[in-house]
Design a binder for this molecule. Structure first.
Ligand SMILES: NC(=O)c1ccc[n+]([C@@H]2O[C@H](COP(=O)([O-])OP(=O)(O)OC[C@H]3O[C@@H](n4cnc5c(N)ncnc54)[C@H](O)[C@@H]3O)[C@@H](O)[C@H]2O)c1
Length: 358
C-alpha cells in the first residue's frame, strides 16, 4: 500500500496548492449537489482549470450508469494518467469517483477530499472503491490508493446533525475496537456535537490513524486484521437493507451499524445513546428479516458467517456462526437486546425457548 499524502485540519482545503502541485494537471472534480452548493466555489477557485461533474446526492449514484457518465467526463476533459480526479463529497462520491480513477486509463491520480464525517473518519481511508449492482452493495470495486487525502473539518459545519451523528458511529466503532482514550474523549463530547466542531478534529485524526494502522497490516482485506473493522457491519448491513424496503424513514448506514454493534454487545450502547443515535430495533423488524441479507453478505464463507464481537472493550475477536445456526443465533441476539433494553441481565433470560419463535 502506498501511503497517501494526508492532511487533517480545519481550513486545510485552502492549502491545496501548496500540498499538491495541481497547476499543470488536468483535473476532474466529482461532487454532488449538496456539497456543490456550499463548498464547490472555494475548490473551483483553487483549481480553476478543472472540469466538474455535479451528481444528485444519494446511494443510487453508486451505479454503472453514473460510472459511465464519469468516464464520459474524463474523456471530454482529456484526463490522462498523471492527471487527477478529485472526489469531493461523502462516501458515495469517494467510492464512485475512486473506482473511476482506479480504472480510467488503468488508473489516474485520485485525490480524496471527504466532506462528511463518515467519509473523513472511514470511507476515504483504506483505499476501497466500489459501486452497487443489482441491489447488492459495493460488489463491484477494487483497492486503489489515493495520491492524497485532504480532510478539512470545517466542511462539517454545513452537514446536518443527523449525518454528523451517523458518521460518529464509525469513530465510536474504532474506539470500542482499539482505543480506550478515544472512547473517553468521545464520552466528554457534548451531546450536541455540532455546537463545537473544533473538538472533533483531534478525534477524527485519531480515528484515521487507527484505521490506517489496521489497513497497513492487511491492505487487501485478506489476513483477518481488517475484518475487525466490520464490527457491527454484518448485522448493520442487513438492518440497513431491511430499512430501505420497510421504513418510511430508512436508517442511515452508521445508524444501522450502531444497531448492529448493540445487537452483538451491550457496551457501545450508552455512547450511541449519548448522541441520540438509535439503539432500539425498529418494532416490526424480526430476526427472520435479516437472514437473507446476511447470507448474501461478503463476510461469509461456504458454511459460516463471520462477525466481530468484543470480549471486552478494546478486545475484539473474529467469531463465526454456522449458517445452519443462524436463525437460532439471531433469535438469541434479539432477546438479549430486548433484555438489555429492559434493564435485565441477558444471562437471566431463558434462551432455550427462542428457536420456536422463528
Ligand atoms: N470505501 C469505504 O471503505 C467505505 C466505508 C464506509 C462507507 N462507505 C460508503 O460511503 C457511503 C456513505 O457515505 P456518507 O455517509 O458520507 O453518505 P453520502 O455520501 O451520501 O453523504 C451524505 C449526505 O450528506 C451530504 N453532504 C456531504 N457533505 C456535505 C457537507 N459538507 N455539507 C452538507 N451536506 C453534505 C450529501 O450530499 C448526502 O446527502 C456508502 O455508500 C458506503 O457504502 C465506504
Amino acid at each position: 500500500m502506498n501511503m497517501p499524502r494526508m492532511v487533517v485540519s480545519p481550513g486545510c482545503l485552502s492549502m491545496l496548492n501548496s500540498i499538491l502541485e495541481l497547476e499543470h494537471r488536468r483535473i476532474l472534480i466529482v461532487t454532488d449537489q449538496n456539497v456543490a452548493k456550499y463548498h464547490l466555489p472555494a475548490l473551483r477557485q483553487l483549481v480553476p482549470q478543472a472540469a466538474t461533474v455535479v451528481l444528485k446526492p444519494g446511494e443510487a449514484q453508486k451505479s454503472l450508469s453514473t460510472l459511465e457518465q464519469l468516464y464520459q467526463a474524463c474523456s471530454q476533459a482529456s484526463i490522462g494518467r498523471t492527471d487527477a480526479i478529485i472526489a469531493f463529497g461523502g462516501g458515495v462520491i469517494g467510492d464512485l469517483a475512486g473506482l473511476c480513477a482506479a480504472t480510467w486509463k488503468r488508473g489516474c491520480s485520485l485525490i480524496q477530499i471527504p466532506t462528511t464525517l463518515m467519509a473523513m473518519a472511514d470511507a476515504a481511508i483504506g483505499s476501497k472503491t466500489a459501486i452497487d449492482f443489482e441491489g447488492q452493495k459495493n460488489v463491484i470495486g477494487c483497492f486503489y490508493d489515493p495520491e492524497a487525502i485532504i480532510v478539512d473539518t470545517e466542511m462539517l459545519s454545513t452537514l446536518s446533525l443527523r449525518e454528523l451523528r451517523n458518521g460518529l458511529v464509525e469513530v465510536i466503532k474504532i474506539a470500542a475496537l482499539f482505543d480506550r482514550p478515544l472512547l473517553d474523549a468521545l464520552q466528554r463530547l457534548p451531546f450536541d456535537i455540532a455546537s463545537d466542531l473544533e473538538q472533533l478534529t483531534p478525534l477524527i485524526k485519531r480515528a484515521i490513524d487507527l484505521k490506517l494502522s489496521v489497513v497497513q497490516q492487511d491492505p487487501y482485506d485478506q489476513q483477518g486484521h481488517r475484518a475487525l473493522l466490520n464490527y457491527g457491519h454484518t448485522l448493520g448491513h442487513a438492518i440497513e437493507a431491511w430499512g430501505l424496503k420497510n421504513l418510511e424513514r430508512p436508517l442511515l448506514h452508521g445508524e444501522a451499524v450502531g444497531l448492529g454493534m448493540t445487537l452483538i454487545d451491550g457496551d457501545p450502547m450508552h455512547l450511541l445513546e449519548q448522541f441520540e443515535l438509535p439503539i432500539d430495533l425498529p418494532p416490526t423488524l424480526t430476526p427472520n428479516d435479516l437472514i437473507e441479507s446476511i447470507l448474501v453478505d461478503k463476510k461469509r464463507d461456504q458454511s459460516a458467517i463471520w462477525y466481530v464481537s468484543l470480549d471486552q472493550i478494546c478486545m475484539p475477536t473474529l467469531c463465526r456462526v454456522e449458517v445452519a445456526e443462524l436463525p437460532k443465533w439471531l433469535n438469541q441476539l434479539f432477546i438479549q437486546h430486548q433484555a438489555r433494553r429492559a434493564g435485565d441481565r441477558a444471562d437471566s433470560v431463558d434462551l432455550s425457548s427462542t428457536v420456536e419463535l422463528l
